[in-house]
Each structure stands twice: as structure tokens, then as C-alpha cells.
Design a protein around this ligand. Structure first.
Ligand code: ASP
Ligand code: MG
Length: 445
């Protein structure tokens, strides 16, 4: 079995959906997960916001826009009246539901049902088109098998058994369509796996079915070796290990959902990032082992806050780190980077929702100083050999830009440091020109 996932930009219009059809037709035995059509989940989430703000005119405008996007695709994609009627009726029911939700008090359940409409419609429209093309295909709704437990994590046992049941209903069929992103939560209420999580859907399915490979089809030639939003001459990375890909995804590379490597971590299932607009290009191959050593990619994450706790009482004391991290656990705030000295501990967070409470509780442990507007720059690669040479190369390259925190040594695949957000682009450029340019063996030009 192969799992394929197509992102919203890959199915943005009828012609692209036809292109996707050619890509999937060349494969045997596959499950294809679709994201919502490009921009639709954003519109739905703005729609929720507008209802909450009682902005009814804007809400109705968004509904019309969502309706137009889907009707336009159906008109250009599906030719037979019968299939068109079914497709239009699916859009109508979704639109009716959205109209109805303007006038009721939004619960978490309805909010999630609203956000689910994009994936429910895209997968259904493409399924109907495949049927019209006489492709042997079955629709297996994600809400019949995708489920999270009370910690919000995939309930693998449930997913495996329900997904297999769904597949068994369609003996002899070797192509299945499903929805990315959406799931049921532990209360059996519609939910989702988080924004941009259709990649995660694909890897969860791949891991429970022990798939041969998972292909994530998007609109770029693979994971870039630097942030393409700031740097022009970036290159796609040919090979990465699971851990390297996770680090790059977590620290800012937008092409892959940061959680999506977790389900395949203890498997040998390759995850391949492919470009729908350039299908012959090999893309980025992510697997358990990494071939080359050296720096493979750089990513950066903005809106980072650094918290420093300093106290002379820390000298030779034990239990201080536990006390500090208890505060973050209590306020459900995850810490990305940590560095310590004998009298101080520095940490970074990206979620500042509970910062005031965290600051006040940490001040019982020591003097707290907070610095906002930081960026984490993260260099990923295989640093097992020549560690010292790599570190000195990096810091020589960016001198004299001031660095606040450095984290290195926790793993052989990541060197991270923080800089002021205003210096970030300069740092990425310097690293690109002075280091990445000289590591061409790692990329496919
Ligand atoms: N449609 C969802 C989103 O925009 C999921 C995805 O595209 O991966 O967040
Ligand atoms: Mg995505």
C-alpha cells in the first residue's frame, strides 16, 4: 500500500485536479488523503471569527466565496449531469450548514464541524470526478476511522482497526480517497489534528497500514536548505533522516507538518516530499538513515521569547530545574531551547499566552528577565564528524551579529541559537553565502 497526500495548492483548480489524477493513476494500491482546496480552511477559520464578532455581513460574504470556489471547480471538472447534481448537492448541504451556524451560539463542536467542511468537500468532489472517469475508487471518510485520545494524540489502535474495516468493505478495490486534517476526538465529536495537518493524516495512515511509502505532494520541489521566504537561492534537500526532517519542520520549514514524522519514527517507511507542478523531480527523501554528513538545512522560527532565571541560591543546589520546569508544565507551555550555567537557566518559548503567570511564579525561584522578539535559527545535519570545525564555521560566518542563546550537544543533528528578530534575515543570508553554498553535494540542483 502507498499513501499519497495532496495539499490545497495541488488541487486549487480543475486542471490541477486532472494533473493529480494522472499522478495517482500510475500507482497501484493506494490511499489518497486530500487537504481542503487552497485557502478554504483559512476562509472557514475567518468565518468562525466573524460569527464570534457578530459580523454577519462578512460571514455571509465568506460563505458565498466558499460556495463559488467549489461550484467553479465542479463546473470545470465534472461533465455529466448526474455527477454534477450529486456534487452540487454536497456543496449545498455544506453551505446550508454554514448559513445555519451564523445564527446559533458557537460551541467547540460546531466550530470544528465548520473547519471540517473544506476537507469533506474537496475529497467528495474529487471522488465523484474519479467515478465519472471510471476509476475504480472507494471513499473512506476520515471520520469513520481517524480518532484522537484524551491527550489529543492519535488513537492508533482504534485507527488501525476501523481503517482496516473500512478497507475490507471494498474488496477488490485498490484506490481509496479520504480526508486529511479531520478526525473524531475521544468524545466522538468532530475535531482536527491541527492546522496544516493533512501530512500528519497521511503518515498516521501509513504507519498503521505499514505502507511501502508515503508521498506528500505539495507545490515546491522538496524541503529547502534555507528559508525560501527570506532567501532567493535556496536548494531542495535530496535526503534527510526522520530526525533531521522533524527538526527542520519544527523550527520553521512550512512544507511539512512538525508532527508528521512521529508516526513513522520507528518504521522504515520512507516519506517523500514531491511537487505536483514538477512531478518528475525526485523531491526530498526522508527515511531512517542519513547518508551524507555536514550541514543540510537551516530553518528559523520567529516570535520567540527568551526567559532567564538567575539565582545565586542555585549553586550546588538540586531540584532547581524541576521547580522551573514544573511552572511551564503547570501552564501547559512547551520549552524549545534550554541552556544552563551554575547560577542561571535560560529557556525559549513560542507560546506566550501564560507568560505573566509563568513570570510571576518563576520569580519565587530567582530573578527573571524576559526578552521578546527573538528568532531561533536552527542548523540541521549530521554533525557527528568534525563537530568543532562546523561550530567554528557557523560562528565565524555570522560574526559580529550578537547571539543570545546557543544550544549544541543535545543531539548530533541540531545546532540552534537565538538572535534578535531584526537580525534574522542577515544571519540566514550570511549562512547561505558562506556555508550552504559550499555544501553542494547535499542538494539536487
Ligand atoms: N486544510 C487544513 C489547513 O489548511 C489542513 C491542511 O491543509 O493540511 O490547515
Ligand atoms: Mg501543508
Amino acid at each position: 500500500m502507498e499513501i499519497l497526500k495532496f495539499g490545497g495548492t495541488s488541487i486549487r483548480d480543475a486542471n490541477l485536479i486532472k494533473k493529480v489524477t494522472n499522478i495517482v493513476n500510475n500507482k497501484k494500491n493506494k490511499i489518497i488523503a486530500f487537504s481542503a482546496i487552497s485557502g478554504v480552511t483559512n476562509l472557514l477559520s475567518v468565518f468562525v471569527q466573524q460569527i464570534q464578532d457578530k459580523n454577519y455581513v462578512k460571514s455571509e460574504k465568506i460563505i458565498r466565496l466558499i460556495e463559488e470556489i467549489h461550484i467553479d471547480i465542479i463546473n470545470n471538472l465534472i461533465s455529466s449531469t448526474n455527477f454534477k447534481i450529486i456534487a452540487f448537492s454536497k456543496v449545498n448541504s455544506a453551505i446550508k450548514f454554514l448559513n445555519k451556524s451564523i445564527n446559533i451560539k458557537l460551541s467547540d463542536k460546531i466550530e470544528k464541524e465548520i473547519l471540517a467542511q473544506g476537507e469533506l468537500l474537496s475529497a467528495m468532489i474529487i471522488y465523484l470526478y474519479f467515478l465519472e472517469q471510471n476509476i475504480d475508487v472507494a471513499y473512506i471518510p476520515a471520520l469513520k476511522f481517524m480518532k484522537t485520545n484524551k491527550d489529543g494524540e492519535p488513537d492508533y489502535k482504534h485507527i488501525r482497526s476501523c481503517l482496516n474495516k473500512e478497507i475490507e468493505k471494498h474488496q477488490d478495490c485498490n484506490m481509496f480517497i479520504t480526508n486529511g486534517f479531520i478526525c473524531n476526538n475521544h468524545n466522538n465529536i468532530t475535531d482536527n489534528l491541527g492546522r496544516g495537518s493533512s501530512d500528519y493524516t497521511a503518515t498516521i495512515i501509513g504507519s498503521v497500514l505499514k505502507a511501502k511509502k508515503i508521498e506528500i505532494w505539495t507545490d515546491i520541489d522538496g524541503l529547502r536548505n534555507n528559508d525560501p521566504t527570506c532567501i532567493h537561492n535556496t536548494n531542495p534537500i535530496s535526503h534527510l533522516s526522520y530526525n533531521e526532517a522533524s527538526e527542520l519542520a519544527y523550527f520553521g520549514a512550512k512544507i511539512l507538518h512538525p508532527l508528521s514524522i512521529i508516526p513513522v519514527l520507528k518504521t522504515n517507511i520512507p516519506v517523500i516530499l514531491k511537487n505536483t507542478f514538477n512531478p518528475m523531480f525526485p523531491g526530498t527523501y526522508i527515511s531512517e538513515f542519513t547518508k551524507a554528513s555536514g550541514i543540510k538545512g537551516i530553518s528559523a522560527k520567529d516570535q520567540i521569547t527568551t526567559i532567564k532565571v538567575r539565582s545565586a541560591k542555585m549553586v550546588q543546589a538540586y531540584g532547581v530545574l524541576r521547580k522551573i520546569f514544573n511552572v511551564f508544565e503547570k501552564h501547559q507551555t512547551s520549552v524549545d531551547m534550554v541552556t544552563t550555567s551554575e547560577i542561571s537557566v535560560s529557556m525559549t518559548i513560542d507560546n506566550t499566552r501564560h507568560l505573566l503567570k509563568i513570570e510571576s511564579e518563576l520569580s519565587n525561584i530567582g530573578d527573571v528577565s524576559i526578552e521578546r522578539n527573538q528568532s531561533i535559527v536552527c542548523l540541521v545535519g549530521n554533525f557527528e564528524k568534525n563537530k568543532t570545525a562546523i561550530v567554528s564555521k557557523i560562528f565565524n560566518a555570522i560574526e559580529p551579529i550578537p547571539i543570545n542563546l546557543i544550544s549544541f550537544g543535545a543531539s548530533n543533528i541540531n545546532i540552534s541559537f537565538t538572535v534578535n528578530i531584526k537580525d534574522k534575515i542577515k544571519v540566514l543570508k550570511l549562512l547561505n553565502d558562506r556555508i550552504l553554498k559550499n555544501e553542494p553535494c547535499l542538494t539536487l540542483n
